[in-house]
Design a protein around this ligand. Structure first.
Ligand code: FAM
Length: 494
């Protein structure tokens, strides 16, 4: 099995190392080449396997949030309960080896650029350095905001949550949709992918400035520094947020917040299609709503505490219990964290950052953040608390006995890293998640249009339908086939 995966890994890297090694194509040029092959491959798949069963759904799954029901196509990534996420077939450690990374600074190996993973998500291929440079430049060229966005963000009430602001701003950007213009002009549906791609790239390009405006306006003086297109996507984003290149936490080798932002934006981008933000984007998009309307829907899902907002909740929870423990004259250790975790559970609340609907082990996105912390900030006191939580909470949740996965997810670690580099306003954290998540859900939205995927319309049922539907089955399950007699005494009354 492992040999197969290694073989697949090198086979998939090979084009980047040989035939395509010197490619300078734009993303659109490459997608135009890939599109017909992929369309044909999906049609073939449907012809050959269309009638095969991939999943079933029982009554418990129907009542219980459709957990594990296999029923949607999502090409950009796949989640395995044990191994974690693979982006277009690659694990996170593999991507750290093969994706073009930021090459400035004084040490050789850096985190992959999020622009690299965008290329990978869209094409399934490892981009060349030149392709990534081209994509960075292309995103910069699309970043300007229409005139109405900035005044609108500045007019939002201060207490409006940053995620509400982000989702509203994305909605307001819909005035720019090239898909809408093309649709209204009567475009043939086989070409819908083209203006969709335009909208997706425009949106990804504009998100950092929108998020930075929200951050500066909500938490600081509202001043945002000039856009710097000589920088990569993440470094420019950090500058607009107000964090200088050599800001707080930067080490002697020049590694600082820019490096974290590259890693952060890369690992949060996609987590297959069933999670709420991905599914919501896909669902809204399936009605031929444009990418702006679709992403806004996805961001609204991300803003829930059981999903993306958990990164904010983890930080709040950690700081609160830390304060309580220290105020009581105690120290943070296994015993006091154990007690804090139990207090939360006894209060009927979830421990944020732990558990997952699919994963059944520690989230690899957690592990990569932990490795980052061990490398660059091993002595940070908050990291010390996060480490203790990692050592204690899975045991508490196991003892509690409800949670199917007691291990930490992506959100259990990100806040502590952001605090270290000075981004301390946790209410903003989910916006960073949102900027990154746009890469994945919009890449898939492009393919939704490229493959002509239809309106999503599963069938719902009522509880009465379930009762009636299975009433006969229950009745007949009590029918004795042996003697052909119906045993009236054993009829189950629901
Ligand atoms: N603390 C306390 N109880 C938990 C728990 C946690 N961290 N995780 C799960 N449970 C409970 C859950 O509420 C449910 O209880 P009830 O039977 O009383 O309803 C029970 O354990 C079984 O749940 P499950 O099957 O293990 O998990 P689900 O698939 O229903 O839910 C999560 C998955 C992620 C919503 C859940 O683990 C949770 O609420 N975690 C805390 C919030 C969080 O960290 N969310 C972020 C997830 C992240 F990956 C993301 O989307 N960004």
């Amino acid at each position: 099995m492992r040999v197969g995966i290694i073989h697949q890994f090198f086979r998939r890297c090979t084009p980047a190392l040989s035939a395509r090694a010197f490619s300078t194509k734009s993303l659109r040029e490459r997608l135009v080449e890939i599109l017909p092959q992929k369309q044909e491959a999906i049609m073939k798949l449907n012809r050959e396997h269309g009638d095969k069963i991939v999943g079933t759904c029982n009554v418990s799954q129907c009542i219980g949030g459709m957990r594990s029901v296999k029923c949607m196509l999502w090409e950009t990534s796949l989640l395995d309960s044990q191994e974690g996420i693979r982006f277009q077939g690659y694990t996170i450690p593999e991507l750290q080896e093969v994706l073009p990374a930021y090459e400035g600074g004084t040490i050789g190996k850096h985190e992959p650029l999020p622009e690299s993973i965008l290329w990978l998500l869209m094409t399934g291929e490892i981009p060349t350095e030149a392709e990534v440079r081209g994509l960075t430049a292309e995103l910069h060229s699309r970043a300007e905001l229409p005139d109405h966005i900035e005044p609108m963000i500045r007019a939002f009430p201060e207490h409006m949550h940053p995620m509400t602001q982000l989702s509203s701003a994305v909605l307001a950007l819909q005035t720019e949709s090239k898909f809408v213009a093309a649709y209204n002009s009567g475009m043939n549906k086989t070409m819908f992918w083209d203006p969709t791609l335009e909208d997706c790239l425009d949106l990804i390009a504009k998100l950092p400035r929108i998020a930075a405006l929200i951050y500066r306006q909500t938490f600081h003086d509202g001043v945002i520094c000039d856009y710097d297109s000589s920088l990569d996507y993440s470094a420019n984003f950090n500058r607009m947020l107000g964090f200088p290149a050599e800001g707080k936490g930067t080490n002697t080798e020049g590694i600082g917040f820019d490096e974290l932002m590259r890693m952060y934006l890369t690992i949060h981008c996609d987590h297959e299609g069933g999670n709420a933000s991905a599914h919501a984007t896909h669902l809204v998009g399936s009605t031929l709503s444009d990418p702006y309307l679709s992403l806004s829907g996805g961001l609204n899902a991300l803003a829930g505490p059981l999903h993306g907002l958990a990164n904010q909740e983890v930080l709040k929870w950690t700081i609160e219990f830390q304060k309580k423990i220290l105020d009581a004259g105690k120290e943070i250790n296994h015993n006091t964290v154990h007690e804090a975790a139990w207090n939360t559970l006894k209060a009927g609340q979830v421990i944020p950052g732990f558990g997952h609907a699919v994963l059944r082990k520690t989230d690899p996105r957690y592990m990569v953040q932990r490795e980052f912390a061990l490398k660059y900030m091993p002595d940070d006191p908050l990291f010390g608390v996060v480490k203790t939580m990692y050592e204690v909470i899975p045991g508490v949740l196991t003892e509690h006995g409800k949670t199917k996965n007691p291990w930490p997810n992506v959100d259990a670690h990100s806040g502590c890293l952001l605090q270290y580099y000075g981004l301390v306003e946790e209410d903003f954290y989910t916006c960073l998640f949102g900027v990154s998540r746009a890469f994945g859900v919009l890449s898939q939205l492009f393919w939704d249009r490229g493959l002509g995927l239809p309106l999503e319309r599963p069938k719902s049922i009522t509880s009465e339908w379930i009762r009636e539907h299975f009433a006969d089955e229950d009745k007949f399950s009590n029918f004795s086939h042996k003697d052909g007699q119906f045993d009236q005494t054993s009829v189950q009354v629901p």
